[in-house]
Structures are given as structure tokens and as C-alpha cells.
Design a protein around this ligand. Structure first.
Ligand SMILES: [Zn+2]
Length: 428
């Protein structure tokens, strides 16, 4: 098998690699060698196909929370909202408008590749959107979203319905279950889904601690969300009937058996030190989506506390219905500013946020051999334009400036995005 070598002025991988004039050799879907360019070229042999790039070569980015199917709803994500209630109203106004969810999700997958993303935690709500990750050749997990079930309705064939919906998603990638949130599913359903995920050997991904609204709902069954649900005929949810459970979202999920090492959460904004300790104990990662939080009008996630206390974090863009782009680097740049504003002064911030968007995302999704450049790992990599020429300055530039577009994206050894080819076509 002929090796393919990608050579760049800077090569970076979390925790291990910071090279000037480095290279990665790829054979099939795996990394054959990584190191100084001359060593990699020697290892790859005289027949190797060699590509020289400008910029910084890194592992492909892992977008640990997105809904590619909402790529067609950018009108909502480009606006600013006064809070979760206002955003949800804007979203619900557009959601029922008939559209081609398959095409919308495919467009989102193309944007993800263009941003240097090689793996996604994709939430699929409408079956028509279910093949986008598969068709684009992206790695990651397609999570079937489950929402709206009361315990009573669920008892009447809910599990077999969800099993069939999950089984209908094309593989690869792996599939998983996404119980939407604590307020859109009844208590027994969340418990049953955790059991079902274990039984099927699939992972779970849950929106949690995203809004203050959700917090009041679970603690006391009160607030705007609770009133909205009562008005919409969902008053039979156990949390509403019992006036909440007196704990926060994460304790509630844990009591239902939903916090396990095979689950990761999205958002994790409204959490205290006990909640963060619980996540560490249970081995649960959180995908932080700061630009989505800002568009919706929520508070910023406590990234400085997560970092200081040693929680496992990842980075997600959320969807274009609540974010201006699908570029994980741009959420990394937002997290950088938030961490500094929250008083995080350590000089490892660049390295740790880079790790969150690569190896941290891979860990959150349970993807082995992904998110790092090392021999034998999956050949998922990307090249980004940077002005800096040293590894340290290039890393700072990537993290603080957040390049929206990659020059090259390689998934499993296959080139899925190459900006130079697009430019060449444009000139021709
Ligand atoms: Zn989401």
C-alpha cells in the first residue's frame, strides 16, 4: 500500500506533538508515522505520495454536540434571543415548516468537513436526516433523539418504537440514544432509556443544565417551562404532578441511572461544585457550546471551574439554529475568552482547549484512537491556515483566532475537503 505523506510547517497533537516542519504518513485509514518531516519521509519510503501544506496540521476536530439537520434553520441561529423561552418560540415557529431534512443535514455535514471536523456527535430528530453522517463519511455517533413521551404513552409500545427507529439509522457511524432533556421526557422514560442503552450497548447523549428554566422545573415543578407544559397538556409528567424532586438536573439524572461513563452531556452551564464532582465520579464528559449559549441568551458555561477541577470536557457547536457556524475552533476561541474572564490564568489554557476539541471530544464519544496524531491511530486530520511559524505561537493563534475553515480535512485516510482544489476549480 502506497503511503501518503502530509507535510506542514507546524504539526500539533494534544499532549505529545509540537513540531516545526513535521509530517504525518498515512497508510489506508491509519497513521503510519508522525514526526519531523525527514524522518516521516524516510519511514514512508520512496514511493510515497507527498503533499506539502501551509499552516498547522492537527488531528481532525471532534464536534461533540450538533444537530446537522437544522443547518437549514440558520435564520434562528443568526438572530439574538432574550433567553431559552424566546429562542424556543423562534425555533418552534420555523420547525414545522416543511423542508428537506435530508438535504439540510447533508449541507451541515459538508460545512462540518469544511471546518476541519472529522467526527461528530450528531443528534437525529427526523428520520430523513439520519443518513447525513454516514453519507459524508464522517466518524462519530448518530444519536436518535427521543422526546415527548409520557410514562403512560411509553408503556404502550414506546420501547419497541424507539428500538425500531434506532435500528433504521444507517451505519457506520455507530448509533446511540439521545434522551432529549429532563423536561421533554417523563421520569420513567429516562430511566428506561438508560437501561435500554446499556442493554443495546449504545451510548447516550443528553441536553442537561442548559437553562435556569430547566433548573426550576426539576427542583419544584414551577417556572415558565412548567407553566408552558401544563398549558400544552403535558401536566401529567411526574415532575409536574409532584412539584419537582428537590434536586438539580444532574442529581435527578443520576438517580435515574442516566449518568454513566457511556453518556455525555451537552451544555452543563447551571452546575455547582457538587454537580461537577458527580460528573467526575461517574466519568461523564460535558460538551460545551458557548456560542449557542450566547445566541440563546444564556449564561456562559463555567469552563474555568471545569478546567481547574479536572472535569472531562469537549467542544460542540450545537446547530445552526442556535449558532453562527459549525466551526469548533470558533467555540474554542469563545471558551478561551470566557475562561480568562472567569479568572483562569494558567498558561496551559491553549493546550487544554485544543485537547478538548480533539482528544476530549473523542473521549466523550468513546472513540478509540481518534483525536490524536500517533502511530496506529485513525488517520483523521486537518490543516488550518495560520500566520505563526512556531508550534507555540501557532497553537495560540488557532485557539484565540479560531479559523473557520480548514485547508484540508482527511477522514480515515480519505481527503474529504481540500480548499486548494476548490480554488483551482474556481480559477479554471
Ligand atoms: Zn442541542
Amino acid at each position: 500500500m502506497t503511503a501518503v505523506v502530509h507535510r506542514a510547517p507546524v504539526v500539533l497533537s494534544p499532549g505529545s506533538v509540537a513540531l516545526t516542519d513535521g509530517a504525518v504518513a498515512v497508510a489506508g485509514d491509519r497513521i503510519l508515522a508522525v514526526g519531523p518531516a525527514d524522518e516521516v519521509l524516510a519511514a514512508a519510503g520512496p514511493d510515497a505520495e507527498v503533499h506539502e501544506w501551509d499552516g498547522a496540521l492537527t488531528p481532525g476536530l471532534v464536534n461533540a454536540h450538533t444537530h446537522l439537520q437544522y443547518s437549514d434553520m440558520a435564520a434562528v441561529g443568526l438572530a439574538e434571543h432574550a433567553g431559552f423561552e424566546a429562542w424556543m418560540s423562534a425555533f418552534m415557529e420555523l420547525y414545522p415548516v416543511p423542508r428537506d431534512w435530508g438535504a439540510s443535514a447533508a449541507a451541515g455535514a459538508a460545512l462540518a468537513l469544511r471546518s476541519g471536523t472529522t467526527a461528530v456527535a450528531e443528534i437525529v430528530t427526523d428520520a430523513a436526516a439520519g443518513s447525513a453522517v454516514h453519507d459524508a463519511g464522517l466518524h462519530g455517533i448518530a444519536f436518535w433523539e427521543v422526546l415527548g413521551w409520557t410514562d403512560r404513552a411509553w408503556a404502550d409500545g414506546g420501547e419497541s418504537t424507539v428500538r425500531a427507529q434506532l435500528a433504521a439509522l444507517p451505519t457506520p457511524p455507530a448509533t446511540g440514544l439521545s434522551p432529549h432533556a429532563i423536561y421533554s421526557l417523563d421520569t420513567g422514560v429516562i430511566r428506561d432509556l438508560a437501561r435500554l442503552a446499556q442493554q443495546l450497548g449504545v451510548r447516550q447523549h443528553i441536553h442537561a443544565a442548559e437553562s435556569a428554566w430547566e433548573d426550576a422545573y426539576v427542583r419544584t415543578g414551577t417556572g415558565d417551562l412548567a407553566e408552558r407544559w401544563r398549558a400544552n397538556g403535558r401536566g401529567e409528567f411526574a415532575l409536574l404532578r409532584h412539584g419537582g424532586v428537590g434536586t438539580g438536573v444532574l442529581r435527578y439524572l443520576d438517580d435515574l441511572g442516566a449518568l454513566t461513563p457511556t453518556t455525555h452531556l451537552a451544555h452543563g452551564i447551571y452546575v455547582d461544585a457538587d454537580d461537577r464532582a458527580l460528573l467526575r465520579t461517574r466519568g461523564v464528559s460535558v460538551a460545551l457550546c458557548p456560542r449557542s449559549n450566547a445566541v440563546i441568551g444564556l449564561d456562559a458555561p463555567p469552563v474555568a471551574a471545569y478546567l481547574r477541577e479536572g472535569n472531562a470536557i469537549a467542544v460542540g457547536t450545537d446547530s445552526l439554529s442556535s449558532s453562527p457556524s459549525l466551526s469548533p475552533w470558533q467555540d474554542v476561541a469563545a471558551l478561551h475568552d470566557i475562561a480568562r474572564a472567569q479568572g483562569y490564568r494558567d498558561d496551559d489554557l491553549h493546550a487544554r482547549l485544543f485537547a478538548a476539541a480533539t482528544a476530549g471530544g473523542a473521549h466523550a464519544l468513546g472513540l478509540d484512537d481518534t483525536g490524536v496524531l500517533r502511530v496506529g491511530a485513525r488517520a483523521d486530520l486537518a490543516v488550518f491556515p495560520v500566520a505563526a511559524s512556531t508550534p507555540r505561537e501557532a497553537l495560540a493563534e488557532l485557539v484565540e483566532a479560531g479559523p473557520a475553515e480548514a485547508s484540508l480535512t482527511v477522514v480515515g485516510g480519505r481527503v474529504r475537503w481540500d480548499r486548494t482544489r476548490v480554488a483551482a476549480r474556481a480559477i479554471a
